[in-house]
Design a protein around this ligand. Structure first.
Ligand code: NDP
Ligand code: 8X3
Length: 250
């Protein structure tokens, strides 16, 4: 298969790339950090002897997304799986104190970016009557927590879009799934707290969070199910977390 993973330079996307590389699929990997993308590509190519196409673009840039997909070499055009993973939280503030720049960044990445790439990739899937789109949502797209406001809104939107895509793409035989994780220890909190590592570490202390591989393995399971089986929605939590911002810490 050809599997396109957005946000493969870190965390869940990177772990998914490793797992799918181990299964000998060919990968299109995206992200903004060119050095990481290129180092990771070489690493996986050497280890697994697969083909990888790294595409460096900002998913918020509508033209860049469109061009990257339109200009795919013929050999890479028939994308079987799109893993919509790129995303972030920026800040954690009460709504009346939030940064509008942070809001724009989250909406533009988690929502509009996901739409741009889906709009570019899904027509090919529809024409081929084959494909699978997997959106990384969040428990934050099921339940809202204090100061989660706009991040939660973007993930609630991903939930709605997953349902919408599933309905719209049904007649074309395209699978659509959503995976909604609770706390996963990645660079997510470093990004949310803008490099404040000490603050980011508090998010994952006192209990065992999920790892990126826990989520990537679930994505792999979803992708490798028989053709007639579709997982619509899968919520995965650390045992010690019942809901967003509700952990049992020792
Ligand atoms: P990371 O910060 O480790 O990885 C995020 C990835 O998204 C990076 O590869 C980053 O690449 C990419 N990305 C971010 N912004 C852009 C952009 N504008 N253009 C292109 N790529 C971008 O976090 P996670 O692995 O944890 O996050 C992956 C997904 O999982 C996100 O959608 C997140 O909301 C979701 N999630 C995470 C949870 C968690 O607790 N960690 C829980 C629930 C959901 P680069 O910076 O190189 O562009
Ligand atoms: C990330 C999970 O609960 O930190 O989507 O918002 S949470």
């Amino acid at each position: 298969m050809i599997i396109l993973i957005t946000g493969a330079t870190s965390g869940i996307g990177r772990a998914a790339a490793e797992i799918f590389a181990g299964q000998k699929h060919d990968l299109i990997l995206t992200g903004r950090r060119e050095d990481r993308l290129s180092d990771f590509t070489n690493q996986l190519k050497n280890k697994f002897q697969i083909e990888i196409l790294p595409l460096c673009f900002d998913i918020r840039n509508r033209e860049a997304v469109k061009t990257a997909i339109e200009q795919l070499p013929e050999r890479w055009k028939s994308i079987d799986v799109l893993l919509n993973n790129a995303g972030l939280a920026a800040g954690l503030d009460f709504i009346q104190e939030g940064s509008i720049d942070d809001w724009d960044q989250m909406i533009d990445t988690n929502l509009k970016g996901l739409l741009y790439i889906t709009r570019a990739v899904s027509p090919g899937m529809a024409a081929r009557k084959k494909g699978h789109i997997i959106n990384i949502g969040s428990i934050a797209g099921k339940l809202v927590y204090p100061k989660g406001n706009v991040y939660c809104a973007t993930k609630f939107a991903v939930d709605a879009l997953t349902q919408g895509m599933r309905i719209d793409l049904l007649e074309h035989g395209i699978k659509v799934s959503q995976v909604c994780p609770g706390a996963v220890e990645t660079e997510f909190s470093d990004v949310r707290f803008k490099g404040d590592k000490a603050l980011a570490d508090t998010v994952y202390s006192g209990y065992q969070p999920l790892s990126a591989y826990d989520i990537a393995n679930a994505v792999s399971w979803i992708v490798n199910l028989p053709q007639h089986v579709n997982i619509n929605d899968l919520t995965i939590m650390p045992v010690a977390q019942a809901a967003p911002a509700y952990h049992y810490k020792k």
